[in-house]
Design a protein around this ligand. Structure first.
Ligand SMILES: CC(=O)N[C@@H]([C@@H](O)[C@H](O)[C@H](O)CO)[C@@H](O)CC(=O)C(=O)O
Length: 269
């Protein structure tokens, strides 16, 4: 099957919370107003559903399906992209969620590593991701790298090695780690039609300076507007300095180039 096209995922993406009723049931009635709130109050136009912030791993498969459907339905014609996290401990549950996300009209799916029986190396993790991606080959697929939660301390760059050969729908990664060297190597490795999205909101400026295409995080639910303003300002200052394309060639990273990047960034007021 031909690999999916679809618009490149960029900008701020809110990792959505899951609204619950006082009885602990998912509260689907709040999703419509949540969409409007993100657009109107935060200037955030894409969402990442059932991830860490949304406590997807603590929800049942049925609850995750209902939430994915509701976000796709209420976001249709309003949001730019609805990305659904479909990672589970069970590959079959993940495949089921991937197929469902495609039927529900999601714009892409993401998967984190299983974290109890952990992959022993990057190849094993790639194989897990491949089996899930194959269940919805028409959807752009993203690897969700979050080692602090999964305990899977593989380098994201190693996971990316040759990944498009086994996952034709691969379109990038959400990097929720603090290792900016690994992040920079991912930026360098990814072709321009992939998205490199950063997920530690506290380090967003560093990630943008290193070439992130956007960010996925919890704080964009409530300080999205602030970030949109700061990022616009940063980008105009950086482009005013004539630094060239933001995608920095860090692989291999010669010392002289690293120094010159640092010197140039110091000039940003
Ligand atoms: C561990 C965690 O929840 N990390 C958040 C961050 O947005 C994080 O809340 C933020 O950087 C504040 O520490 C995201 O990376 C998680 C995320 O995007 C998700 O919910 O899928």
């Amino acid at each position: 099957m031909a690999s999916p096209v679809g618009k490149k995922l960029t900008g701020l993406v809110a990792a959505t919370f899951t609204p619950l009723t006082p009885q602990g049931e998912i509260n689907l009635a709040l999703i419509g107003p949540y969409v409007d709130y993100l657009l109107q109050q935060q200037g955030v136009r894409s969402v990442f559903v059932n991830g860490t912030t949304g406590e997807g791993m603590s929800l049942t498969v049925e609850e995750r399906k209902k939430l994915a459907e509701e976000w796709c339905q209420k976001g249709k014609g309003k949001l730019e992209q609805v990305i659904v996290h479909v990672g589970c401990m069970s590959v079959k549950d993940s495949q089921d969620l991937a197929r469902h996300a495609a039927q529900a009209g999601a714009d892409g799916i993401a998967v984190m590593s299983p974290c109890v029986f952990k992959p022993t190396d990057a190849g094993v993790l790639r194989q897990f991701l491949q089996e899930v991606a194959a269940a919805a080959p028409e959807l752009p697929f993203y690897y969700y790298h979050i080692p602090a939660l999964t305990g899977v301390n593989l380098l994201a760059r190693d996971v990316l090695e040759g990944i498009d050969k086994c996952i034709p729908s691969f379109r990038g990664l959400k990097f929720s780690g603090s290792d900016l060297l690994d992040f920079g190597r991912c930026v360098s490795y990814c072709p321009p039609h992939w998205s490199v999205l950063y997920g530690m909101d506290e380090q967003l400026l560093a990630a943008l300076a290193m070439g992130a295409n956007g960010a996925v995080g919890s704080t964009y639910n409530y300080v999205g507007r602030f970030n949109v303003a700061v990022n616009k300002q940063l980008m105009s200052e950086v482009s005013g300095l004539n630094l060239g394309p933001p995608r920095l060639p860090l692989e291999p990273c010669p010392k002289s180039r690293a120094v010159s990047i640092a010197q140039r960034l110091q000039q940003v007021p």
